[in-house]
Design a protein around this ligand. Structure first.
Ligand code: HEM
Ligand code: SF4
Length: 555
């Protein structure tokens, strides 16, 4: 894992000192809230419905146990004993008091973390496949490239005031777990005809009010060209991106209005100009970074304990849903669900974070990941340790066997916290999870991704949920629109709107009708909801959602 060098350390400490002064000036009244706002946002401090909210970057979702323990400590000391993991692999603290923020930032700096560029019109936290470095299907660990991009984009003078925020996602696997196609730049590692690794580069994906799937601008970019090419894209966007209208300022709109071929031409032209300026420093740096991401020293030991434990049905159910194949056969990737039925998706208490840190240290080669699906991953667990890990998770309320199932819901903070929300999203997620737990149907239903946003900004990724739920405000009343068939993987599509929305108390029954219709019409348990939707189309699901209309048609 990457460790800060002297430069990083000095940079982050200087920022903490600078912001501490700014906070002091706000508190003594020499800065107004309006004057303070841009300064706090540059340090990840938002003002939400009830309190300030501090968004802390977890670069490409990777943490060590010391960092997780520090997040627990921050939650316990300066917040209400918990933190919220987000779809952007960040953590948000919902209740900090302004005067405590310098101490929090200083505590973060102690473990090589910060909140810089988690807001504003700059390059945000670069997100990556949460199974990076462990996945069996991976071509190469993408995190060294993500780290290179992080270093390059942090405080980059040309890109601090882009037309709008800018999000880059990267995956080293053909199976896309990083939703690369819904990012401003998506980087998917591929091999060329000679077997060399490189990137397929997508531009112009994004969700929000105008959802779009990214388009390929380069089929194969040699890895050595990554930085100049990304710089060329940003530089073209910086010139062309619209600054007259915030809703049209994202690169997806630039691409849409300018046309892919023209954008591609401009990017290639700029790339040709700046490529010679990269004399190899970036490659030397990349080599150093790569060394920091060398795989851990995997153990060689029998795996009988795991095999034996599978006789217990609860353990087997957990192993079935929450374990993923590791590149080393003796190991497993453990996904720890932060979606206990009825709890807030993505929340972890400080005590739970301590348990996770402890497990990572004892059994996980000191690594943890945060997934965009708001879960925590122990990427390298030897199978012989799995029963002990499971027992510890269970004792901490962290062993819910639901990863990838209907209750593993992504939900944005919505009306519970967010100042932009038009509806609640967390309670909808809680109600759906609880209902399907009561019905005891979720394992039967199988893989199904529900994603919920509390407003059109789509922070909860609803457009790419197999079932997406968007909470709106209709004349002061919450109204929930359903989209179907969305997909955030390598076969990404934006979901289709099913029809008129539902009131708050109608949304769970509506989802239930939808899912029962799927169970009724699927060809067998191996046909997933998404596959059934692709085969059958919208009509049967629409009929289930709006039975009254069907009755009217028949009348
Ligand atoms: C402080 C609360 C938040 C505010 C004010 C906020 C604001 C916004 C806005 C305005 C957009 C739309 C951007 C656009 O269309 O150009 C957006 C998109 C998005 N936000 Fe948030 N957000 C908040 C919390 C979150 C959280 C908690 C997450 C993660 C769970 C998140 C992840 C995203 C994602 C994934 C998108 C859509 C992708 C994109 O097109 O950028 N946001 N957010
Ligand atoms: S989707 Fe809307 S309600 Fe939800 S976090 Fe984003 S801005 Fe807030």
């Amino acid at each position: 894992m990457y460790s800060y060098n002297d430069f990083d350390e000095a940079f982050v400490r200087a920022r903490v000192a600078q912001f501490s002064q700014q906070v002091a000036r706000r508190i003594d009244g020499s800065l107004t809230e309006d004057e303070f706002k841009p300064l706090r946002l540059m340090n990840g401090l938002y003002l939400q419905l009830h309190a300030y909210m501090l968004r802390v970057a977890i670069p490409y979702g990777t943490l060590n146990s010391r960092q997780m323990r520090q997040l627990a400590h921050i939650g316990r000391t300066w917040d209400k004993g918990y933190g919220h993991f987000t779809t952007r692999q960040n953590i948000q603290f919902n209740w900090p008091v302004l005067s405590d923020v310098p101490a929090i930032l200083s505590a973060l700096a102690d473990v090589e973390m910060h909140a810089i560029q988690t807001s504003g019109n700059c390059v945000r936290n670069v997100t990556a496949d949460h199974f990076a470095g462990a996945a069996a299907d991976e071509i190469e660990d993408p995190r060294p490239y993500a780290e290179l991009l992080r270093q390059w984009s942090t405080d980059h003078p040309e890109f601090q005031f882009l037309p709008r925020k800018f999000k880059i996602a990267i995956t080293g696997s053909p199976n896309d777990r990083a939703v690369t196609k819904a990012h401003d730049i998506g980087l998917r590692m591929v091999r060329n005809g000679r077997g060399e690794p490189g990137f397929e580069v997508l531009v112009g994906g994004g969700l929000g009010r105008t959802p779009m799937i990214g388009q390929i601008v380069r089929e194969f970019l040699p890895v050595a060209d990554l930085l100049p090419y990304v710089e060329a894209i940003l530089s073209v966007y910086n010139m062309l991106g619209r600054r007259d209208n915030k809703y049209k300022a994202r690169i997806k709109i630039t691409l849409h209005e300018t046309g892919r071929d023209e954008i591609r031409r401009l990017v290639e032209e700029r790339f040709a100009e700046i490529r010679p300026e990269f004399h190899g420093h970036d490659q030397a740096l990349l080599d150093d970074i790569r060394a920091a991401f060398a795989p851990p020293a995997f153990r060689n030991a029998p795996v009988d304990a795991h095999t034996a434990a599978q006789v217990a049905p609860a353990y087997r159910a957990w192993a079935d849903t929450n374990l993923t194949r590791h590149r080393n056969d003796q190991y497993a990737i453990v996904t720890v669900s932060l979606k206990a039925h009825g709890d807030t998706p993505g929340d972890a208490t400080s005590d739970q974070m301590d348990v996770l840190a402890d497990l990572a240290r004892r059994f996980g080669h000191d690594e943890l990941r945060i997934s965009h699906e708001q879960n925590v991953i122990l990427p390298h667990v030897h199978k012989s340790d799995l029963p002990e890990v499971y027992a510890a998770l269970k004792a901490a309320g962290l062993a819910t066997a639901n990863v990838g199932l209907i209750s593993d819901i992504i939900a944005c903070p919505g009306m519970d916290y967010c100042a932009l929300a038009t509806a609640r999203s967390i309670p909808v997620a809680q109600d759906i999870a609880t209902r399907f737990d009561d019905l005891k149907l979720e394992h039967d239903i199988g893989p199904l991704k529900i994603k919920i946003s509390g407003c059109i900004n789509a922070c909860g990724h609803h457009h790419v949920g197999h079932i997406g739920i968007l909470g709106l405000d209709r004349a002061g009343v919450e109204n929930y629109q359903i989209t179907l068939g969305g997909d955030g993987t390598e076969t990404a599509v934006i979901g289709e709107r099913a029809g008129p929305g539902f009131a708050y108390d109608e949304i769970v029954p509506a989802i239930e009708r939808l899912v029962l219709a799927y169970l009724d019409q699927r060809e067998g348990p191996e046909e997933t909801f998404l596959a059934a939707y692709r085969r059958l189309g919208l009509a049967p699901f629409k009929a289930a959602l709006y039975p009254a209309e069907g009755a009217q048609d028949a009348a």
